[in-house]
Write a protein that binds this ligand. Structure first.
Ligand SMILES: O=C(O)Cc1cc(O)ccc1O
Ligand SMILES: [Fe+2]
Length: 444
């Protein structure tokens, strides 16, 4: 694993200068008449200039060439299954479960390996969500990608991502996540078959949720978020491709140098990674199953109070101790969409059928919950303190938007489990009436 240096913190003002270039950052100002070492100053804004201070995000880069030095963008047709068309197939209110998606055998990199499963909304009006599966096996060579449409929350499932960004380098392994925000240029290096999940949000940015009565500490700690430190290459390349996703379509522009030429930067608009093992799990220690919002790592809020464009929720290893309680997830119908993925291990509500690298989608008001085996077992289990398996990690992207599946998600991927509904069919009527005409409790 490469030994990259990171800056800890979330939402902080960071400062980073390549160690060999002291004073590359101007002192006390952002745009001196001439920058040190002949660098150019360039600002990247992730919020309106006039946004309130608490959510005003921007970074100043000191780079070898401004990003504007490139030839015109042309349409790029590499990522065949990237989509933002939510009307490709008729709506489907069924419970959906996908078997693990196949990583292609032929050479394919991170950008070309973006496959959109579902989504909603519109990048032009800056409101929406898209869920992609990335599957690749080779590194991005002489190309950088950036997303004009929103932020990318990347959840590796198989294979590590060695990511070069304008801010420096980040190494992200399964059970870690990273967020690369709108407009940030990056390139992904991999060493073999690689797969993971991406939640793209067109609105605002992810933040750590408020803690309310939990207090000042709990869930994801700000200091466990890691931002890269300045790293650059001064590399002339005949045809370096900058690929942009703009209004849902990809475009490519050629330039004669690497995009990763930032010698120093400062700001609060940054990429970051987080190790899910650092999450402090909070749960009921008396009775009942808490709502999964207690497991929220990051949330991208909508303008409606408490209602997310995406909550990123995890189901980590933990103790389960509730008394007189059906401990697995309850049966559920929700005004939110629930997309789940499995990084490793098993998911407690479905011991069979939901595999690492697969997914489920329970859409708005689509009923779901424990399968028959889980219900049967958990209704009769002895309620001792129980460790929910080590090495397990599933997650949910929960959205207030009503997501539609793409043609790839519904048909082309050929991974939909047509038998998924069967897992609930054995749940029988346990209702009994006593001789006095009252309902009675029975052992199920
Ligand atoms: O399995 C699911 O659907 C996710 C989920 C988990 C949980 O603990 C409670 C409700 C819920 O929707
Ligand atoms: Fe649910």
């Amino acid at each position: 694993m490469p030994e990259y240096k990171y800056l800890p913190g979330f939402g902080s003002e960071f400062v980073s200068e390549h160690p060999n270039y002291p004073d590359a950052l101007p002192k006390g100002q952002n745009t001196p008449q001439k920058c040190a070492y002949g660098l150019y100053a360039e600002q990247l804004n992730g919020a309106a200039f006039t946004a309130p201070r608490i959510e005003n995000f921007r970074t100043w880069f000191y780079r070898i060439r401004p990003s504007a030095v490139h030839k015109p963008f042309q349409p790029y047709n590499g990522a065949k299954f990237l989509s933002n068309n939510w009307d490709e197939v008729p709506p489907n209110p069924n419970q959906l479960r996908w078997n693990p998606f196949d990583i292609p055998g032929e050479k394919i990199d991170f950008v070309d390996g973006l496959h959109t499963v579902c989504g909603a909304g519109d990048a032009k009006s800056r409101h929406g969500i898209a869920i992609h599966i990335y599957m690749c096996n080779s590194s991005m060579e002489n190309r950088a990608f950036y997303n004009s449409d929103g932020d990318l929350l990347i959840v590796p499932q198989e294979g590590a991502l060695d990511i070069v960004t304008e801010f420096g380098r980040i190494y992200v392994e399964p059970n870690e996540i990273c967020v690369i925000q709108q407009g940030m240029r990056f390139a992904v290096n991999v060493t073999g078959p690689t797969r993971g999940y991406i939640c793209e949000v067109y609105n605002g940015h992810f933040k750590i949720p408020d803690l309310g009565p939990i207090g000042a500490n709990g869930l994801a700690f700000p200091r466990d978020f890691l931002t890269p430190t300045a790293w650059f290459e001064d590399r002339d390349v005949e045809n370096f491709q900058v690929i942009s996703k703009f209004q849902g379509s990809l475009f490519s522009a050629s330039q004669n140098h690497s995009s990763f030429d930032v010698v120093a930067w400062h700001g609060n608009y940054v990429p970051y990674k987080y190790n899910l093992a650092n999450f402090m799990v909070i749960n009921s220690v008396s009775f009942d199953h808490c709502d999964p919002s207690i497991f929220t790592v990051l949330t991208c809020p909508s303008l409606r109070p408490g209602t997310a464009i995406c909550d990123f929720v995890i189901f980590p290893p933990r103790w389960s101790v509730q008394e007189n309680t059906f401990r697995p997830p309850y049966y559920h119908r929700n005004c939110m969409s629930e997309f789940m993925g499995l990084i490793q291990g098993r998911y407690e509500a479905k011991e069979g059928g939901f595999f690492p690298g697969g997914a489920t989608l329970h859409s708005i008001m689509t009923p779901h919950g424990p399968d028959y085996d889980c219900f049967d077992q958990a209704s009769n289990a002895k309620l001792e303190p129980q460790r929910i398996a080590e090495g397990t990690q599933s997650f949910m992207f929960e959205s207030s938007l009503s997501m539609a599946t793409t043609k790839w998600g519904q048909e082309t991927c050929n991974k939909l489990d047509q038998q998924y509904y069967e897992c609930w069919q054995k749940l029988k009527n346990n209702f009994r009436i006593s001789s006095y005409g009252r309902a009675v409790m029975l052992d199920v």
